[in-house]
Design a protein around this ligand. Structure first.
Ligand code: NAD
Length: 323
């Protein structure tokens, strides 16, 4: 019997030292290759039992043209919007993802953006570098954080981690989640998105990107947000209409924003966000730390290996199956 063979999409592992020793210990063969096109996906996964991907689009066409040997797909990450899950079910491909590997990192990134934007740190830095020295009133509209209401949209794993970390800083936390009815400690759950938008001075987005959450924050939603509010999105770019946000930042209606994720990644050269005022950007790195980077790929490989060895998985969760 040949060893378990797992394909790893090009770009899914930043550092081979994170994965090769574990693969050797498990006695598992790894095959690296591109999965961008239908042909590349089929070629890279040929004779493989599993495949590890990160943010590559795994379309219905790729999945229906897969080799017969391919039984499990490991999503090294949390969001499942890049994978056509209904076809995985039809094709009986088990999908395993890793919801727990970086909750703290992602929450810390949101928190860092909120605190930096709220204190106007980026405009303060620019001011000093530009040989200016205040006045403080020109740096940013700094409302005392302890008097502010924060609205968290999507109160799942990461949303609740953000809430726990933010609570000591702020006056009140409002939460909105279509699937959570029960109480969350110290959070005022609101009945509608509109209520959260109109009552919050800082808004942090933590829902998955689904058809129902696409452009959740569009021009209409932005108009319902009170002037001078901060928005942070470390979840998925598709949650926000980027042109509408850029306009709202430029008029000063939204006072500042922080984005780690974008509708198109890398950010398009002609994106209106590049010229928008009071905006801080990061290249989809909220998940990363020196611990979470290796942890993600090691947990993913181990779970695929365990599943293919007919043993319980240790770290992740099933998004489809197990078949
Ligand atoms: P989760 O499933 O635990 O929580 C998501 C919550 O959103 C759920 O409670 C769900 O009920 C809620 N929700 C769904 N639709 C909603 C709607 N229309 N309105 C309000 N709430 C809604 O997921 P999580 O682990 O907290 O992760 C959230 C997202 O974070 C992921 O889907 C992923 O896109 C993103 N993420 C980003 C990074 C990064 O590096 N930037 C890393 C990890 C995860």
């Amino acid at each position: 019997m040949r060893p378990i063979r797992i394909a790893v999409a090009d770009g899914a592992v930043a550092n081979l030292d994170w994965i090769m020793p574990l693969a050797k210990d498990l006695g598992c063969e790894l095959v690296f290759g591109p999965v961008e096109t239908v042909e590349q996906f089929a070629k890279t996964t040929l004779d493989c039992d599993g495949v590890i991907v990160t943010l590559q689009q795994i379309t219905a066409e790729k999945l229906t043209n897969k080799p017969d040997s391919l039984r499990v797909l490991g999503r090294a990450g949390v969001g499942l919007d890049s994978i056509h899950l209904p076809t995985c079910v039809d094709e009986k491909i088990t999908v395993i993802f890793q919801p727990l590997y970086a909750m703290e990192e992602v929450a810390n990134h949101a928190l860092s953006m909120i605190l930096a934007l709220h204190r106007g740190l980026f405009s303060a830095d620019a001011m000093v570098r530009d040989f200016q020295w205040g006045p403080a009133t020109e740096v940013a509209e700094i409302i005392s954080l302890q008097d502010s209401t924060v609205g968290v949209i999507g109160c799942g794993r990461i949303g609740q981690t953000v809430i726990r970390k933010l609570q000591p800083f702020v006056k009140q936390v409002l939460g909105y989640d279509v699937n959570i009815n029960g109480p969350i400690d110290g959070v005022t759950m609101v009945e509608s998105l509109d209520e959260l938008l109109s009552r919050s001075k800082i808004i942090s987005l933590h829902t998955p990107h689904l058809p129902s959450t696409h452009h959740l924050i569009d021009a209409e939603a932005l108009a319902k947000i009170s002037k001078g509010t901060i928005i942070v999105n470390v979840s998925r770019g598709g949650l926000i209409d980027e042109s509408a946000l850029a306009s709202s930042l430029n008029t000063g209606h939204i006072s500042a924003a922080g984005l780690d994720v974008f509708e198109t990644e890398p950010l398009a050269i002609d994106s209106p966000l590049r010229q928008a005022k009071n905006l801080i950007l990061s290249p989809h790195i909220a998940w990363y730390s020196k611990s979470s980077g290796p942890r993600l790929i090691q947990w993913t490989l181990l779970d695929l290996f365990m599943h293919l060895s007919n043993k319980p998985i240790k770290n992740g969760a099933f998004a489809t199956g197990p078949f």
